[in-house]
Design a protein around this ligand. Structure first.
Ligand SMILES: Cc1ncc(COP(=O)(O)O)c(C=O)c1O
Length: 374
């Protein structure tokens, strides 16, 4: 495993970052269990980093799922089905009516590759709509994450190799009855993954509301962990006009495809499979539609070890935030690189705890907690 590193981004071009799309928010409000997630103060993390404050957007409970990914998966599934049925994006059709209409298409299924959270969320959407789901996962995925996807009623296929191999297999399955709802994009496949990024706008909008209302300080540093970069693209869009806010992207040392691409000056695939403990970030190729906002929006990219992710999980849990390996990666980036980032008492930091304990056994081992599996 390579050493953690910090790369200042020579491609930064904030003016080129696209703006947030807000169509998803009204849709999410209409979904079962929608409510804004908390922005929780992390005083133990602030003390360790020597900064003014740290707040975490806590996505451990989002519409009945343990990660933010349902926001993108639900909006992308909805938009994909509207397009498939020939409805316009602004048709305002409710999920219940969509389900009724889909009942006349019994062979239809949703297909997605995942390193855990996105596929589980697509499976949940399929179940809500009465469709079947076929979810492809990399061979090293832990049983707890596979079981969670299967428990949504999906067929789970374990693909030899890593996340990129699962993506390739999902693309092969696309046909008129098999709609691929992927969170990453590639040449010729861009609409559903761009709707995934749009769906994350709901979370960013909640945060901007809190900042505007003064319930949390305006952040001087915003940190986003990166797999293929869809999430980081949504974050960049949210803070594109926030002068004086530094954006930091964080990847595992073993899954640093965006950092490597920045260093190479363009999208690069790194050798796989990626095997960091931050399963959601184990990706080998940046998403082509996320790339412009990620490469233009972030000031700095850093990489972190599995040990640092576990340290950050414990530190968050000290402030009662349950954060899984990928969820804690953003804070891990700050803990690892605080000195080079030049953090100080005037800094107010926003991190995203993007998942809860998606591997409960490991969470309990790392933190000493005794949570029951979901
Ligand atoms: C918990 C968690 N955080 C962050 C990410 C990164 O998102 P993206 O792949 O859009 O960069 C993922 C992706 O699966 C994830 O599961």
């Amino acid at each position: 495993m390579s050493e953690p590193r910090l790369v200042r981004n020579p491609l930064v071009a904030k003016g080129s970052v696209r703006s947030l799309v807000d169509g998803s928010r009204a849709f999410h409000r209409s979904m079962p269990d929608y409510r804004p997630t908390p922005l929780t103060a992390l005083p133990a993390a602030a003390a360790r980093l020597g900064v003014g404050s740290v707040h975490a957007k806590d996505e451990s409970r989002r519409m009945g799922m343990p990660s933010f990914k349902i926001l993108g998966a639900s909006w992308a599934t909805y938009r994909t089905l509207l397009a498939y049925l020939g409805h316009t994006a602004d048709s305002g059709i409710e999920l219940a009516d969509l389900k009724t209409e889909l009942a006349s298409r019994p062979g239809l299924r949703l297909v997605s590759a995942t390193d855990g959270n996105h596929g589980r969320a697509v499976a949940r959407m399929a179940a809500l709509l009465g469709l079947s789901a076929h979810i492809l996962v990399p061979e090293d995925m832990v049983a707890a994450r596979i079981d969670a996807i299967a428990a949504e009623g999906a067929k789970v296929e374990v693909v030899r190799g890593g996340y990129d191999d699962a993506i390739r297999r999902s693309a092969e399955l696309a046909d008129t009855d098999s709609l691929v709802v992927s969170d990453t994009s590639w040449e010729g496949y861009v609409d559903p993954p761009s709707w995934v990024i749009d769906g994350y706008s709901t979370m960013i909008g909640e945060i901007l509301d809190d900042i505007d209302a003064g319930t949390v300080p305006r952040p001087s540093v915003v940190v986003a962990q990166i797999g293929v970069g869809a999430f980081a693209a949504a974050v960049a869009r949210g803070f594109r006009n926030s002068a004086g806010t530094r954006l930091v992207g964080v990847e595992p040392t073993d899954a640093d495809c965006v950092t490597a691409s920045i260093e190479a000056g363009g999208i690069t695939t790194i050798p796989g499979p990626q095997r960091s403990n931050m399963a959601g970030l184990n990706c080998g190729t940046p998403s082509v539609i996320a790339w412009p906002d990620v490469s233009g929006g972030y000031d700095t990219f850093v990489t972190v070890t599995d040990t640092a992710a576990e340290d950050a999980m414990r530190l968050m849990y000290a402030d009662e935030v349950v954060s899984g390996e990928s969820g804690a990666a953003g804070l891990a980036g700050l803990l690892t690189h605080a000195r080079e980032l030049g953090l100080g008492p005037d800094d107010h930091i926003l991190v995203f705890s993007t998942e809860g304990a998606t591997d409960t056994a490991n969470f309990n081992r790392v933190t000493g907690a005794a949570l029951a599996g979901e």
